[in-house]
Ligand binder design. Structure first.
Ligand code: CTP
Ligand code: MG
Length: 248
C-alpha cells in the first residue's frame, strides 16, 4: 500500500536557542528541514510527504516549498504543508488530517533528526510490510537510567531528587523516529490521546506510547547513532562534524 511520511517541524527550538524553529537552522550549508526531507526522499518509501509547521509561520511555508522543489522527488510525490499544534501530538494530528485516503501506512518523523540514514526507513517499512501495526527504531542505551522522585536532604531540607528505581539497562532502549504505523491504528491512537487530561497529554513524547495505550503491540527495529535528535547546541556541533568527517 501507499505510505505517507509526516515530518513534524512545528516546534520552536527553545533548547537549541537559535531564535527560530530548528527546521530553519542551518546545518552543513542547508537547513535542517532540507536534510530531513532529503532523507525521506532518498529512502524512496513515500508517496506523500506532509510537513507540520508553526501556525502562521510564512517563512516556514516558503521554506517547505523551496525544499520540496529541490528535493529531487518526482512529480508524482504529493506534498502537503499544515499548521502544527501546541504540542507534538497535536502537530501529528493536524498532519494526519491531510493524509491521502489511499494511504495505508504512515511514518512520523522529526524534522529535528536531519541525518537519519535510509537503512532506518527501510527497517521500519519492512516491519510494517511484515505485519507490524506499529514500529519504532531504537538503540540500546549507554548510560544507566534511574527514575527519581522529589526529595529533601536529611540535614538541611534542601530540595533535591532521590532515586526511586533502576530499570535493568539491557531492557532499555532510546527511541528515535521515523516511527511507522498502520494508518487506522495511528488514527485510533490519536483519537484516544484527545480524551486525555492536560497532565497526561503533557507526558506524551512519541506516537508509539499512544499506540501502547490502546493495547496494540509496538515492534522495535534497529535505529542509528546517525539518527540523533538535534536538541541542544552540542547536538548541532556533532551533526556538523558528522557531515564533514569520516563517520559519514
Ligand atoms: N514539534 C512539532 N510541534 C510542536 C512541538 C514539537 O511539530 N508543537 C516537533 C519539532 O519541530 C521537532 C520534533 O517535534 O521536529 C521533536 O521536538 P523537539 O525536539 O522538542 O523540538 P522543539 O519543540 O522545536 O524544541 P524545544 O522543545 O527545545 O523547543
Ligand atoms: Mg519540544
Amino acid at each position: 500500500g501507499r505510505c505517507a511520511v509526516i515530518i513534524v517541524a512545528a516546534g520552536s527550538g527553545q533548547r537549541l536557542g537559535h531564535g527560530m524553529p530548528k527546521a530553519r537552522v542551518p546545518l552543513g550549508g542547508a537547513t535542517m528541514l532540507a536534510h530531513a526531507v532529503q532523507g525521506v526522499v532518498a529512502a524512496g518509501v513515500a508517496a506523500q510527504i506532509c510537513i507540520a509547521v508553526p501556525a502562521g509561520d510564512d517563512a516556514m511555508v516558503e521554506l517547505c516549498h523551496q525544499v520540496a522543489a529541490r528535493s529531487g522527488a518526482g512529480p508524482e510525490m504529493r506534498w502537503s504543508v499544515v499548521d502544527g499544534g501546541a504540542d507534538r501530538a497535536a502537530s501529528v494530528r493536524a498532519a494526519l488530517e491531510l493524509v491521502d485516503a489511499r494511504v495505508s501506512t504512515v511514518l512520523v518523523h522529526d524534522a529535528a533528526r536531519p541525518l537519519t540514514p535510509t537503512g532506518v526507513f527501510d527497517r521500519v517499512v519492512a516491519a510494517l510490510r511484515d505485519g507490524a501495526k506499529a514500529v519504532i527504531p531504537a538503540l540500546a542505551v549507554a548510560d544507566t537510567i534511574k527514575t527519581v522522585v522529589p526529595a529533601e536532604l536529611p540535614a538541611t531540607g534542601a530540595g533535591v531528587e532521590r532515586v526511586s528505581g533502576t530499570p535493568v539497562r539491557n531492557r532499555l532502549r532510546a527511541v528515535q523516529t521515523p516511527q511507522g504505523f498502520d494508518v487506522d491504528t495511528l488514527r485510533r491512537a490519536h483519537a484516544h490521546a484527545q480524551t486525555l487530561d492536560a497532565d497526561a497529554a503533557a507526558q506524551i513524547t512519541d506516537d508509539a506510547m499512544l499506540v501502547e495505550a490502546i493495547g496494540e503491540d509496538v515492534y522495535v527495529v534497529q535505529g542509528s547513532t546517525h539518527s540523533l535528535k538535534i536538541t541542544t547546541p552540542l547536538d548541532l556541533l556533532l551533526a556538523e562534524a558528522m557531515l564533514q568527517g569520516p563517520l559519514r
